[in-house]
Design a protein. Structure first.
Length: 470
């Protein structure tokens, strides 16, 4: 995008821009304010800024005394782009006293999980791809799986921890759950649950009804559509000494998984947005963008509902890890131990420092957190260590960020392209075109902007070998 044209267009809309360190600050005439970190190859889309400005104006209705909490502090990550539901992807908003379910949506805890495939290298993956393709297709494209669970198992997930759920599934040893390893179980116990509520008030009754026997949820152990994927790849470059401590070395095989809470997230997210709308005072004009806030006791109870969907997403990634272990064993001819390294949640709201922190298409990046930043299918991805940037609101980009909508990408014939190491595994070739590199921003520009601004430090880059799309 032409930078001069970008700032002139903002000026015509009454928005002034100024620098704040490595970030840009944008002030509207009505007092709305946002901060943004641009990718190094140019500004983000104006429409994303406009959507963020609408969000910056979101406030609860005045109470009986006419008082309102202060507006949210907002930052856009360098992968930010317009969202289809009115909230830009790549947004972090820190609000005192209220939160907005509309900012999170229904793809709750859509996130990334990175696995190390100990004892497997890139050369073996490449050589065995013909034998791997069909097991991968069955497990991830055709959703052929056997993942029986019981209401008591889901109660442990919602009321205890993902680790408690993992232990129950591993000890039961039924169906594909027998592929859950001790390392996967321990990893679920180590997940950061700060701000993720306990309780199953809004969890779907089909999972928790104690009168039921075995439950085979139709979405558990599924990737989903859109930008969700599985990618087998390898460590391309080691970029810090920390890689050794994590057991990473060049050429080592890896697996990258991107999926979320599926139908459970849709169930919970829809009800949260309906609930927020019902609490809005009668006779008061609806807020711009239909951003209905929640406050007080209902807000905290709603976060428990959000936590139920978030925990299901973790269970879904656990199930998909078991299916990955099964597929690798079939394709490589021996049992493969997959070792989870990091899990980074997007589309979440947490209570942090007395505030509600929304991250829509952004990942938590407090000091010391690990960050997974995927490129498009065919591009490099990155593992990094977060440095705790207050200007970035302790958040980081969750990927490269779309440059073209899926409709535009489906009809694009020109643009940046990177050849795949092998043809992707997918049932529908249209999904591949929608997620091709030309549909996304340059991951190198997104990463460089964050490293330069002190948001995170790179540990290793990962190159893809084969991508799998449902």
């Amino acid at each position: 995008m032409n930078t001069d044209r970008f700032f002139k267009a903002l000026s015509r809309q009454g928005i002034t821009a100024s620098r704040e360190g490595d970030f840009w600050r944008f002030d509207a005439e009505d007092g709305a304010q946002i901060r943004a970190l641009f990718p190094t190859d140019g500004p983000i889309e104006i429409k994303a800024l406009q959507q963020a400005m609408i969000f910056a104006r979101a406030r609860p209705a005045p109470d009986a005394n006419g008082d309102q909490p202060p507006a949210a502090e907002i930052c856009l990550a360098p992968d930010a782009h317009p969202g289809s539901k009115g909230t830009p992807v790549g947004l972090t908003a820190r609000a005192k006293g209220f939160w907005l379910p509309s900012a999170i949506g229904t793809d709750i805890n859509c996130g990334m999980r990175l696995f190390a495939l100990d004892g497997v290298d890139a050369a073996e993956l490449q050589e065995r791809l013909p034998a791997l393709r069909e097991p991968l297709r069955r497990a991830f494209c055709d959703a052929q799986r056997n993942l029986p669970a019981r209401p008591a198992d889901f109660k442990a997930l919602f009321e205890e921890t993902p680790g408690a759920f993992a232990r129950r599934m591993r000890s039961g040893g039924e169906g594909d759950w027998r592929h859950v390893s001790e390392s996967m179980e321990r990893f679920e116990d180590a997940l950061d649950l700060q701000g993720v509520g306990r309780g199953s008030r809004l969890a779907p009754p089909w999972l928790t009804d104690a009168s039921r026997g075995v439950v085979r949820d139709p979405s558990l152990g599924t990737l989903g559509s859109g930008n969700h994927f599985l990618e087998l790849g390898a460590v391309d470059q080691v970029l810090s000494r920390e890689a050794r401590a994590l057991g990473l070395k060049p050429g080592m095989a890896t697996a990258l998984l991107h999926t979320g809470s599926r139908e459970v997230g849709f169930h919970v997210g829809s009800r949260l947005m309906d609930w927020a709308r019902e609490l809005w005072p009668a006779g008061v004009a609806w807020p711009e963008g239909d951003h209905f806030p929640m406050m007080g006791a209902p807000a905290r109870e709603a976060l428990n509902g959000l936590g139920a969907a978030a925990r299901f997403a973790w269970a879904n990634r656990l199930a998909l890890g078991a299916l990955l272990s099964r597929a690798l064993g079939e394709g490589l001819g021996r049992e493969i131990q997959i070792r989870p390294l990091a899990d980074c949640a997007h589309n979440m709201c947490f209570e942090e420092g007395g505030c509600f922190v929304h991250r829509k298409g952004a990942q938590k990046a407090r000091l010391g957190d690990l960050a997974i930043t995927p490129g498009s299918m065919g591009d490099r991805s990155y593992l990094g260590r977060c440095l705790g940037s207050s200007l970035a609101l302790d958040s980081a980009a969750h990927g490269a960020g779309r440059a073209l909508s899926r409709g535009q990408a489906a009809h694009a014939s020109e643009g940046r392209d990177i050849p795949f190491a092998s043809a992707p595994v997918a049932n529908d070739p249209r999904r591949v075109k929608e997620e091709a590199p030309r549909a996304y921003k340059d991951i190198e520009a997104v990463m460089k902007s964050q490293v330069d601004a002190g948001v995170l430090a790179s540990i290793a880059s990962l190159r893809p070998i084969v991508s799998v799309k449902a």
